[in-house]
Design a protein around this ligand. Structure first.
Ligand code: HEC
Ligand code: HEC
Ligand code: HEC
Ligand code: HEC
Ligand code: HEC
Length: 200
């Protein structure tokens, strides 16, 4: 739309409504709402309004995950743009071991104005705990160390993106899945809360 049309300060802007969300089944199965991991309100403590990213629309985190799902990779770098990987890596920015590049943007320029170890800056309800990870699909990561990455490893590696950590995660993944919970579970010796404690 054009604001102040016909005046010297006429400006074009995109107007969009706040997205309304509801869930429905595409077959006859029972309707299940998508799990909630982060909240737009928490992001907006810094961003005010997430619609800045996609030209004025797509403003809610529960919308981002429709497209930024485990199958989506960047067209150029082939790195994962699954929501967890993408948002972790963008904000890890200048502390990443390797470039995280989407299109022509290298996010190693980003300095996070907070402490990423405070997971609840973005997360709701203990959703950052390994015990509560709801994702099950392998994350496509053709531009990474391996063509696919299991879900817990992919989330941690969004920030811990060095090769040794990738190997560590692989060694703790077998035919039955990821065993991270044994050592990084909520009550385990190397739980996220303990290893990310800021008093350590
Ligand atoms: C503590 C403040 C803070 C919080 C909370 C935060 N961000 Fe950010 N975010 C930033 C900063 C700073 C940048 C880098 C901006 C820049 O360099 O242009 C950024 C960059 C981004 C970018 C890249 C934008 C671009 O131009 O490519 C996206 C996408 C993003 N944030 C999404 C999110 C989402 C989604 C959440 C919540 C799950 C979130 N952010 C929470 C501070 C924050
Ligand atoms: C309708 C599908 C869709 C939705 C919804 C969506 N995106 Fe995207 N987004 C894409 C696609 C496709 C790309 C291009 C992927 C690539 O090549 O990197 C993209 C690219 C991006 C990029 C990289 C921008 C760049 O400069 O290359 C960021 C950052 C991003 N999305 C964040 C978000 C966030 C945050 C949300 C929710 C507020 C969101 N997206 C919602 C489909 C979507
Ligand atoms: C800047 C925002 C931000 C911060 C800070 C952050 N996360 Fe996340 N995290 C996300 C986003 C966005 C997702 C994907 C949300 C979704 O799938 O709905 C995610 C997903 C995850 C997941 C996968 C959850 C699931 O059910 O699929 C784990 C595990 C996780 N994060 C761990 C952490 C840990 C541990 C920390 C703190 C050391 C942390 N995160 C800090 C934004 C953040
Ligand atoms: C949002 C970013 C983020 C995510 C996601 C994240 N971490 Fe961290 N982690 C950090 C930061 C920041 C530190 C402090 C040291 C540093 O800057 O490398 C840290 C430190 C650690 C440490 C202490 C050893 C060290 O490198 O200093 C361990 C162990 C650890 N993280 C495990 C995990 C595990 C397991 C996961 C996934 C469940 C995870 N992290 C997810 C940001 C993150
Ligand atoms: C047998 C125990 C054990 C298992 C299982 C395990 N880890 Fe770890 N992990 C550790 C220990 C110990 C450290 C180092 C802790 C420290 O430095 O405080 C570590 C460190 C890490 C780090 C931080 C690396 C860094 O930057 O320093 C990440 C990320 C991580 N593990 C992810 C995972 C993932 C993902 C899985 C599952 C696929 C997993 N771990 C399984 C014991 C384990």
């Amino acid at each position: 739309m054009t604001l102040l049309p016909g005046t010297t300060t006429a400006t074009t802007a995109t107007d969009c409504a706040t997205p309304v969300q509801f869930y429905f089944a595409v077959d006859n199965s029972k309707v299940a709402a998508r799990r909630v991991v982060v909240s737009s309100d928490k992001c907006n403590a810094c961003h005010v309004d997430l619609t800045f990213i996609h030209g004025g629309n797509r403003g809610a985190t529960q919308e981002c995950v429709i497209c930024h799902n485990p199958t989506l990779a960047d067209g150029t770098s082939k790195q994962s743009v699954n929501f967890a990987t993408q948002i972790h890596s963008i904000h890890r920015g200048n502390a990443l071991a390797n470039p995280y590049v989407l299109g022509t943007t290298n996010y190693q320029d980003v300095g996070f104005p907070g402490d990423l170890r405070v997971c609840a800056t973005c997360h709701v309800n203990d959703s950052y705990q390994v015990d509560n990870v709801g994702a099950t699909a392998l994350v496509a990561s053709p531009g990474g160390f391996t063509a696919t990455t299991p879900p817990i490893a992919a989330a941690c590696q969004g920030c811990h993106d060095d090769k040794a950590t990738a190997q560590h995660a692989m060694l703790n993944t077998g035919t039955l899945g990821e065993s991270c919970i044994v050592c990084h579970g909520k009550n385990a010796e190397f739980s996220p809360d303990k290893v990310h404690s800021r008093t350590q």
